[in-house]
Design a protein around this ligand. Structure first.
Ligand code: CMP
Length: 159
C-alpha cells in the first residue's frame, strides 16, 4: 500500500475567465500550490457534454442560462493530480458564489457572480473520475515524474 495517496481532479476554466484574460493567473495558482498538470486543452462545449456534466442541475431555473454561458466562448479543461487534490483544489477555488468567497481564493479574488464564477472543480472522487473521463481521452493524460516533488512534499508523503 503506497503511503502517497495521490488524487486526480478536473477543473474547467470558464468562458468568463477566458474573456477576462485570467487563464495564466489561474493556472499559475494551481502550479504554485504544487499540483501536477496531467492534462490540459482548450475546447468549445456543446449541449450534449453540458447536459451530462451539469445533469444534477437540469431542473434548476438557471440551467438554460448556465448552458448559454458555458457555450459563449471556449473553455480550458485541466486534469490535476496531487496529495488530496480534490479538496485542496476546491479550497483554492472557493465556494460557488464569488460574492461569498473568501479573499485569497480564486473566486474570492476574481469573481463577484454566482454564475460567472471563473472555474469549475470536481466535488468528489466519483465526480472527478467521471469528469476526467468525460473531457479527456486516455492518451491525452500524462503520467510523468515531477522533479520538484522532493520539495513540494515531505518524505513520508512521497511514499
Ligand atoms: P459550478 O461549480 O460549475 O457548478 C454549477 C454552476 O452553475 C456553478 O458553478 C455556476 O456557474 C452556475 N450556477 C450556480 N448557481 C447559479 C445561479 N443561481 N444562477 C446562475 N448560475 C448558477
Amino acid at each position: 500500500m503506497p503511503k502517497f495517496q495521490e488524487e486526480k481532479t478536473l477543473i474547467i476554466i470558464k468562458p468568463d475567465a477566458m474573456q477576462r484574460n485570467l487563464l495564466g493567473e489561474i493556472i499559475g495558482r494551481f502550479e504554485r500550490k504544487g499540483l501536477k498538470i496531467i492534462g490540459l486543452k482548450m475546447i468549445e462545449l456543446g449541449d450534449a457534454i453540458l447536459e451530462a456534466h451539469y445533469a444534477h442541475h437540469k431542473d434548476k431555473p438557471f440551467f438554460a442560462s448556465l448552458k448559454n454561458f458555458m457555450k459563449s466562448a471556449p473553455v480550458t479543461v485541466i486534469a490535476l493530480s496531487g496529495l488530496n487534490a480534490i479538496s485542496a483544489v476546491r479550497i483554492i477555488v472557493g465556494p460557488t458564489r464569488g460574492y461569498e468567497a473568501d479573499a485569497g481564493s480564486i473566486r474570492g479574488d476574481l469573481s463577484i457572480s454566482g454564475q460567472a464564477n471563473i472555474v469549475h472543480a470536481s466535488d468528489s472522487a466519483e465526480s472527478a473520475e467521471a469528469e476526467i473521463a468525460r473531457f479527456f481521452k486516455p492518451e491525452e493524460l500524462f503520467d510523468y515524474k515531477k522533479i520538484d516533488y522532493e520539495f513540494v512534499y515531505g518524505e513520508e508523503e512521497r511514499g
